[in-house]
Design a protein around this ligand. Structure first.
Ligand SMILES: NC(=O)c1ccc[n+]([C@@H]2O[C@H](COP(=O)([O-])OP(=O)(O)OC[C@H]3O[C@@H](n4cnc5c(N)ncnc54)[C@H](OP(=O)(O)O)[C@@H]3O)[C@@H](O)[C@H]2O)c1
Length: 178
């Protein structure tokens, strides 16, 4: 089964700082929730796969992320709440999720460890990237999107043009593996 990546990236390539997002963009977060939750078949759900640090960065009141099957990748974590799945490797999680008939789409939602692995993996087909037109102090970064490997596409589900929130401009982009 194929999967997609979703990430918000600053002008300097950053995605995180001190275990958190470097920005607060409510509508951008709504977009993330919409894209990762919406399904065509109402009897199915999407899965969201995340690294341990991303899982731990989600405030208790928001995790597990609702209406999605939450999957955590970690070799050191020994327990997760009921209903959440734990795997030591990304490929194993994707393999198992592909066998589940009630899963519609698989999304890799970060952080940099998983993005680095996904971007090199042929099964990772599309990158849903919010390009934030501002530099932020970051300690975690998204890998370079190689234009030889990915081409920008239009997705009718994705709003076009510049968005503005709290004085920060950003744009939703979609890249497809060639
Ligand atoms: N801007 C965005 O869109 C976005 C999205 C997500 C996260 N973030 C930010 O990114 C930061 C967290 O990302 P991060 O890169 O530091 O950590 P992370 O990828 O979330 O978590 C790293 C941990 O996950 C496990 N892991 C990840 N990839 C693995 C793999 N391929 N194989 C085996 N284990 C793997 C390992 O856990 P063990 O050590 O337990 O084995 C590893 O130490 C936070 O600041 C967060 O807010 C930003």
């Amino acid at each position: 089964m194929v999967y997609n990546v979703i990430a918000a990236i600053s002008k300097n390539g950053g995605i995180g700082y001190k275990g958190d997002l470097p920005w607060r963009l409510k509508n951008e977060m709504n977009y993330f929730n919409k894209m990762t939750t919406q399904v065509k078949s109402t009897d199915k759900k999407n899965a969201v796969i995340m690294g341990r640090l991303t899982w731990q960065s989600i405030p208790d009141k928001f995790r597990p992320l609702k209406d999605r099957l939450n999957v955590v990748i970690s070799k050191t974590l020994h327990s997760v709440p009921e209903g959440v799945l734990l795997y030591p490797e990304l490929y194993k999680a994707v393999e198992d999720l592909s066998l589940k008939e009630n899963i519609e789409k698989i999304w890799v939602i970060g952080g940099s460890f998983l993005y680095n692995e996904a971007i090199k993996d042929e099964n990772c087909k599309n990158l849903y990237i919010t390009k934030i037109d501002q530099e932020f102090t970051c300690d975690t970064f998204f890998p370079t999107i190689d234009p030889k490997l990915f081409i920008e596409i239009d997705d009718p589900e994705v709003s076009k043009g510049n968005m503005n929130e709290n004085g920060i401009t950003y744009e939703f982009k979609v890249y497809k593996r060639k």
